[in-house]
Write a protein that binds this ligand. Sequence first.
Ligand code: IMP
Ligand code: MG
Length: 172
Amino acid sequence: MPVLIPVLRENEIERKVASVGARISSDYKGRDLVLVGVLKGAFIFLSDLARHIDIPVLIDFIQVSSYGSGTSSSGDIRLCKPLDIDVRKKDVLIVEDIVDTGLTLSYLVNCFSSLGAESVKVCAMIDKHERRQTDIGVDYACHVVREGFLVGYGLDYDERYRDLPGIYHLKL
Ligand code: IMP
Ligand code: MG
């Protein structure tokens, strides 16, 4: 039987998202900011984060695939849903549920830079360090963990648990 060990409760998540939202609002004041959520995992985080940012933003989503139904990145990343918004000369903030190996992120940073974005930075709900394979940094992290497979608040295991309001460590 899988076991779920609590990592962050709903109210702790709200506090962390509010604080990162405030930093982003101040850092991007007067800029042309586009939040780009990475589907599906970031859908809940992005919707909360956007409401904690008090400057005007544009919102778009992309979808990439690198995971099958396992728990580690294959590194073979494909873009399944491209951007609707033209990001040329705009400041892109990639919004991710979790950064693990960093392979998805380095692919996306290159992608948006080559589309002519003015700047490309990264905001993640969870910054997970242990398996990082790139030197890409997370500019805004709500919470840092060393290891473990997390679910809830948009994060899934084989499409399950995304709907949980808190974040849990899944022990299979
Ligand atoms: P990366 O390319 O290894 O950094 O993987 C990024 C993607 O893998 C994330 O956007 C998640 O969708 C997925 N992922 C990585 N670690 C976890 C985890 O602990 N729980 C759920 N999904 C994860
Ligand atoms: Mg994801």
